[in-house]
Design a protein around this ligand. Sequence first.
Ligand code: 13P
Ligand code: SF4
Length: 303
Amino acid sequence: MNENAELLAELETLCRERQAVILVHHYQPPEIQDLADFLGDSLGLSRQAAATDAEVIVFCGVHFMAETAKLLSPDKTVLMPEPRAGCPMADMVTPERLREFQAQYPDAPVVAYVNTTAAVKAESDICCTSANAPAVVRSLPEDQVIFVPDQYLADWVAKQVPVKEIVRYPGFCPTHIAIKPEEIIQLKQEHPRAAVVAHPECPPDLLALADAVRSTSGMVKFAGETEADEIIVVTEVGMLHQLKEKYPAKTFYGIGTAVCRNMKMTTLPKLVACLREMTGEITVPEEMAVRARRAVQRMVEIG
Ligand code: 13P
Ligand code: SF4
């Protein structure tokens, strides 16, 4: 047996013995996506974490995603193969910075993108993901809403929900803002019949070039629904793996330079080791968890 085959066999045994479920985000390395019990976007993964009856959740993604799983499944053990895999955008807002920002708009509720730490969620009224952000903002009775931390997701939500005034916190995703409009324009020139789907973390000049704006799971759905058989995918390049697997008859073009380094920190040896040694456990202090859970649950209930 080669080394990988041995590790895969060990993983199967460990999952059975520990009653573990493997949750994986679409930006993870392809070989990790292939091991998923559930592969999805932030919203789907949160729902799965809340619904699972497994004893152990192994989360292959970044830290805020595993923390959210822990909030929704407080009695389960949540492990990360690489707990140092963070999200630079989530780290752009701290509870202190949020409180300072909020002091300028004391009557506005805080909508926290799920890409935030549990400490920030605990200071927020409700969470959202890229899949449900407009619906979450619409659900609030107030006319003015604070949105943290992604200013570009906030821009896109403001366009979808023009009746609300969205106060934007100045955060951003380094991976999505590094994509250049010229890269999309060139792909469009090379493949004039292709549809363009982009993630709402992209700045407006990129979204202006897109036919559809979707979360990562929304992109999978879009690829199945569109009549186009060529699709330009404007997001982290890991997204292409699932699209190609699911729709082998279609052709996908990605942005090769759009790589989230944190998402690529998961490896098969780390995945097996964390389950073998039960390391990389994600915990949230109870007092913080109670408040953060409220914001996440309020979002999950919106449907
Ligand atoms: P999705 O919820 O669309 O999967 O996005 C998560 C993310 O971190 C995008 O950068
Ligand atoms: Fe965070 Fe951007 Fe990576 Fe998503 S792609 S995890 S928002 S840094």
